[in-house]
Design a protein around this ligand. Structure first.
Ligand code: HEM
Length: 514
């Protein structure tokens, strides 16, 4: 029982408050001062520790996907892919036997705005899964939508800058967004999803996930198969129209975090089935799109969805900062049996994630419990800020932090199965892929939407594109027209109506995207 300075008993506590040095805190209400009115003295160790730690509480937020929520769970393999044996395609151990369980941690997010922005914004949603497998970690870092704005990683800073607030006014601006997009025709597929109701999932539990980029599976012979990953929510999919989202946002800007946390607390555990689409490795000249182009969907009638397992989220984090904020996912984090394709986005992403995490969290981010593999870790990497432990296994010689060594240091473990080693030949150059085909799938999607989805899409696009110059508006209409004549016509009519209206009222209208 602690006697407080003012004489009141702290009756509800059986814990002594201490400093981080383990010293009991005798007075947490008053600094040490000369007399009761000050001045303060500088040897107040407890006060200085408390304030200076507080001064360092924040780390840089993620440069994208800053706003997120996370949960722990388990992935249970079906032991096959669709009705076929999975081992003929991948030797990844986590998929092989029916019922095999792998612990996971998932972080959902919005992309563009900062850490406490509303969760009702029109924005892609992140869907990042860390599988703690027996062979080390596998991260599947995806989004809710199946396509992306661009197909070459070199354009990522540009697309994100256009979507982020204006560097002068600090406001998101449709004029800047569509200035960039109208000069980036490959973005029109993503825009068509983003400005439809699919651009505002109702919450994190009722949304799909997709790896978006093309990966590979590798079997025992070292043969590769091209793979797209998808998460299908067992809860079903639910999206919001703009007015529905605004009604929620008026009352609550944490609704998706709340929904996920509350569902797990009450034992209503959300589940997603992991499905893959497969394509034989190769360029596939018979297709009208490039299989490595992330602005395209692989048509399901040709490349059916095949289920491989079920993920259940069943435990909330105990501490948001330690587990969710410090979680670090990356596309380079693969296990044996899973591989990269040459998708030009994927290669760029793979550099970017661990690079940013060494800056955002620190060089030893992989020693934090949330990021650390459950498999044993024995590296020769040492020291650096916030070293938490030494990466050795029991019995290992702690003097040896180099390799090779004959004094019981960690040794290589050559694989007895062949690596996947594709033969690549070509001229080194800077060039776009040949089969860009930016518009065909977009037109098909436009026609496939239900009427209410199409109406919502047109309204949202008009509301946002009308913030752009007439030249940019005309370029956007031209892009939509190439996808589908009706699509272009309706956006054009909507924009003309806004301009007419503006002229009439002579008012200056500024429209924000979200
Ligand atoms: C987060 C870069 C494309 C999904 C991030 C972060 C960076 C980044 C730097 C912050 C990571 C951190 O601080 O831990 C890039 C680059 C891309 C790209 C350079 C393109 C070349 C994509 C695509 C997707 C995606 C196409 C969807 C498939 C995510 C997700 C997160 C994220 C879900 C949040 C992960 C988390 O919850 O911690 N990205 N990204 N990114 N990115 Fe990307």
């Amino acid at each position: 029982m602690i006697e407080a300075k003012d004489g009141k008993q702290n009756e509800n506590s059986n814990q002594t408050l201490t400093t981080r040095q383990g010293h009991p805190v005798t007075n947490n209400q008053n600094q040490r001062t000369v007399g009761s009115r000050g001045p303060a003295t500088l040897e107040n160790y407890h006060f200085l520790e408390k304030i200076s730690h507080f001064d360092r509480e924040r780390i840089p937020e993620r440069v994208v996907h800053a706003r997120g929520a996370g949960a722990h769970g388990v992935f249970k393999a079906y032991g096959k892919v669709g009705d076929e044996s999975i081992s003929q395609y991948t030797r990844a151990k986590l998929f092989q036997s029916k019922g095999k369980e792998t612990p996971v941690f998932v972080r959902f997010s919005t992309v563009i705005h900062s850490g406490h922005s509303p969760e009702t914004l029109r924005d892609p949603r992140g869907f990042a899964v860390k599988f703690y497998t027996e062979d080390g970690n596998w991260d599947l870092v995806g989004n809710n939508l199946k396509v992306f704005f661009i197909r070459d990683a070199i354009k990522f800073p540009d697309v994100i800058h256009s979507l982020r607030p204006d560097p002068v006014t600090n406001r998101q601006d449709g004029g800047r967004i569509f200035d960039f997009m109208s000069n980036t025709p490959e973005s029109v597929h993503m825009l068509t999803f983003l400005f439809s109701p699919w651009g505002i999932p109702a919450n994190y539990r009722q949304m799909q996930g997709s790896g978006v980029n093309t990966y590979k599976w590798v079997n025992d012979k070292g043969e590769g198969t091209l793979i797209k990953y998808h998460w299908e929510p067992i809860q079903g999919v639910r999206n919001l129209t703009q007015p529905e989202a605004e009604a929620i946002q008026g009352k609550n800007f944490n609704h998706a975090t709340e929904d996920l946390y509350d569902a797990i607390e009450r034992g209503d555990f959300p589940q997603w089935e992991l499905r893959v689409q497969m394509m034989t490795d190769g360029e596939h000249p018979e297709l009208d799109f490039d299989p490595l182009d992330d602005t395209k969907i692989w048509p399901e009638d040709q490349f059916p969805m095949m289920a491989v397992g079920l993920m259940t989220l069943n435990r909330n984090p105990e501490n948001y900062f330690a587990e969710v904020e410090q979680a670090a996912f990356g596309t380079g984090v693969l296990v044996d049996g899973l591989d990269f394709s040459d998708d030009k986005m994927l290669v760029g992403r793979t550099f970017s994630y661990s690079d940013t995490q060494r800056y955002r969290v620190g060089p030893n981010y992989l020693q934090l419990p949330i990021n650390s593999p459950r498999a044993s870790v024995a590296t020769n990497q040492r020291d650096g800020q916030m070293t938490y432990r030494v990466d050795t296994v029991p019995g290992q010689n702690p003097h040896v932090n180099y390799e090779p060594s004959s004094m019981n240091g960690p040794a290589e473990a050559p694989r007895d199965l062949p690596d996947h080693s594709p033969h690549i030949e070509g001229r080194l150059q800077r060039a776009s892929i040949e089969r860009t085909n930016n518009f065909k799938q977009v037109g098909e999607q436009y026609r496939a939407f239900e009427d209410r989805e199409r109406d919502d899409l047109i309204n949202n696009l008009v509301a946002n594109i009308s913030a752009a110059t007439e030249e940019v508006q005309a370029r956007m209409v031209e892009l939509f027209t190439q996808c589908d004549a009706d699509y272009g016509r309706r956006v054009d009519e909507g924009l003309k109506a806004v301009r007419e209206n503006r002229k009439k009222t002579e008012g200056k209208r500024e429209v924000q995207m979200a």
